[in-house]
Design a protein around this ligand. Structure first.
Ligand code: ADP
Ligand code: MG
Length: 624
């Protein structure tokens, strides 16, 4: 048999390598930004179109390349950063594999323009799918500009695999955050579809973080400092009370390179032990500087995982230094000498002339005339203005005709038009209540968690939280699709701070949010001004509601078949539904039961959990 092994042609090898290096537009962004940093640029500009699908361009004012280097830079394993294998152990550059440009050029249209300081003219090279289309002399400023167009144009399967623009842009911004946070002495700008997304001047570490995550971040940060033979730790942790429900702002950098480390993350959490509310995640921005010899960054092609020589010692030191900072902070507020007044929130609206609210709200209106509960929940007074009165009518009308053979809900076909509730006279005869009898049914709240009531065939036990989720969910869906929500105008606009990324996310659902009753003022970088909120929620719930929504949007499985409207309604209803532990007055209990059974799908929550169970008399009989 003849020989069958042959060397792969370069362009094929490059395409295969590209599979490892370039997963999505954000990977290209990372490689190009890192190359610019390695070239000692002090100003780096990132220009993106359509979330990187049509254009990713990085312009730097770094060293530039000679004609020969410009051409060589696209060869595989061509690098100026290491010469021998040992060099890997004393890296002070981001790159060293010499694979990125070759890989990118294999799967996109690439245009390179570069010039060194000392040269009169620069070089322009155009490459498509590893093939050099043209190479010319050009006029260009010192530094390098690389444009990557039509990513994956020659691998349709990969191109189709890309997520929506919103998702891809989110990945790009994540990558941009990581790189820019590690290099505060470089100026970075980012543009998307022609508008500026970030403009980060040269500054100190703290202010770079503040510039990225918004003005209010400054007051949340507590510095961490520690210097030992093994490691220098610096950076910031977020004060415990600002811990978030999402893992968003958690960053480790080792020698100015972003890394992921579940092990070190554990060390931070251990330091916060006992200081955080359930399910809250602390923010941290921790910079570790270690001897390059003591780490091996070569274990992962995209280099976000690294191996430390002395992991255990590092764990202990990190935990101790964070504990120390937290302790200091708890004893006395940290004096903040780095404070920059320009970072403070502009309270411009103070000087604005007051506007007459355009929506009249009858603040004395209370659907529960003799309300007993003054709970801290949305399930109080005002919020019920939105429960449709007509859909919460008399139970008998809704559930007439259920025969006693009704078994548990699971076995019936959920036909609620046929459920008949027993009359008060029969059930109430044993215990006297002073309820106004006619048209009312006795409900009973069990452990501030369940609402128990009777039907002809037995009893119904309603989970108050889940039932409320269902009710709110259907109402929100209706409001979002029909834009029919009632808004409560706030006397003073609520100003909440969010990161730019979070604001990008909110913007994608702004219109739907407005349909639920939100009225937004300005969505400025880092801040959201809210002038009106949905009538079903209360002002103090809004921050948490939006935070939860962002977190849900972030963890949304793209293309999961759920529409954004549905996600929004599910998220908000979950956030504001009355929780277990809240006492409900009997009118509220009845409202809840009525509204639940008036829903299109009363048996389950929007997340498919049962909202109530029934217990038939037969079943009860069997227990005796
Ligand atoms: P690596 O960064 O691992 O060396 P790359 O494929 O990313 O490999 O880049 C190849 C080489 O091209 C680099 O080693 C560097 O010499 C040169 N290069 C790439 N980008 C730039 C840039 N923006 N400015 C100057 N030189 C660059
Ligand atoms: Mg590189």
């Amino acid at each position: 048999m003849s020989d069958i092994i042959q060397l792969l042609p370069d362009h094929v090898a490059n395409q295969i390598a590209a599979g490892e290096v370039v997963q999505r537009p954000a990977s290209v962004v990372k490689e190009l930004l890192e190359n610019a940093i390695d070239a000692k640029a002090t100003h780096i500009k990132l220009i993106i179109k359509e979330a990187g699908k049509t254009l990713i361009q990085v312009i730097d004012n770094g060293s530039g390349m000679s004609v020969t280097d410009a051409r060589l830079s696209f060869e595989r394993h061509a690098t100026s950063k290491i010469k021998a294998a040992e060099d890997i152990f004393q890296l002070d550059t981001k790159g060293f594999r010499g694979e990125a440009l070759a890989s990118i050029a294999a799967i996109a249209h690439v245009e390179l323009k570069t010039k060194q300081e000392e040269d009169e003219v620069g070089t322009e090279i155009n490459i498509e799918g590893s093939e050099v289309i043209s190479q010319e002399v050009c006029v260009t400023p010192k530094g390098t500009s690389i444009s990557v167009k039509n990513l994956f144009y020659n691998i349709p399967a990969r191109r189709n695999f890309l997520k929506s623009n919103a998702v891809e842009l989110r990945h790009i911004i994540d990558e941009f955050h990581r790189v820019t946070m590690a290099h505060h002495s470089i100026k970075f700008d980012m543009y998307h579809n022609g508008s500026e997304v970030f403009n980060l001047p040269i500054t100190n570490c703290r202010q770079r973080i503040v510039n990225i995550f918004g003005g209010k971040t400054n007051e949340k940060l507590v510095p961490v400092e520690e210097e030992t033979d093994l490691v220098t730790i610096s950076g910031f942790i977020g004060k415990p009370e600002y811990a978030k429900r999402t893992r968003g702002e958690q960053f480790f950098f080792v020698n100015n390179r972003f890394i992921k480390s579940p092990y070190l993350n554990h060390a931070v959490n251990a330091a916060f032990e006992g200081l955080l509310k359930d399910k809250a995640h602390p923010s941290y921005f921790v910079y570790l500087t270690v001897d390059p010899k003591s780490i091996d960054i070569n274990i992962h092609p995209t280099k976000t995982e690294i191996k430390f020589e002395d992991e255990h010692a590092l764990y202990a030191m990190l935990r101790a230094s964070i504990k120390h900072s937290l302790g200091q902070f708890n004893v006395a507020p940290v004096l903040d000498f780095n404070r920059d007044a320009s970072m403070d929130t502009p309270y411009e609206y103070k000087s604005k002339t007051a506007q007459t609210p355009t929506i009249e709200v009858d603040r004395n209106f209370n659907p529960f005339k003799d309300e007993k509960v003054s709970g801290g929940s949305s399930f109080s007074g005002k919020s019920h203005t939105s429960f449709k009165k007509e859909s919460a009518g008399d139970w008998e009308n809704l559930y007439v005709g259920l025969e006693s053979e009704m078994t548990t809900i699971k076995s019936t076909e959920n036909d609620f038009s046929s459920v008949e509730f027993e009359s008060v006279e029969v059930t109430g005869s044993l215990f006297e209540t002073d309820e106004k009898k006619v048209g009312h049914h006795t409900t009973y709240q069990l452990r501030k968690k369940y609402i128990v009531t009777t039907i002809k065939s037995g009893m119904v036990i309603v989970n108050q939280n889940r039932a409320h989720q269902r009710i709110l969910y259907e109402e929100l869906l209706r409001n979002i699709t029909m834009a029919s929500a009632v808004s409560q105008q706030l006397l003073f606009p609520l100003v909440l701070s969010f990161t730019k990324k979070e604001i990008e996310l909110l913007t994608t659902v702004k219109e739907q949010l407005e349909n639920t009753g939100f009225v937004f003022g300005e969505l400025s970088p880092g801040e959201v001004e809210i002038m009106g909120i949905p009538s079903v929620t209360s002002e103090k719930e809004v921050a948490q509601l939006l935070e939860q929504l962002i977190s849900d949007l972030e963890s949304e499985v793209p293309d999961s078949g759920f529409s954004q409207t549905d996600l929004l309604a599910r998220s908000i209803s979950k956030s504001i539904a009355v929780r277990a532990g809240v006492e409900l007055a009997s009118e509220q209990q009845q409202y809840m039961v009525n509204s639940l059974f008036a829903c299109t799908e009363p048996t389950i929550t929007p997340n498919n959990k049962p909202t109530f169970i029934t217990l038939t008399v037969d079943e009860i009989d069997k227990k005796f």
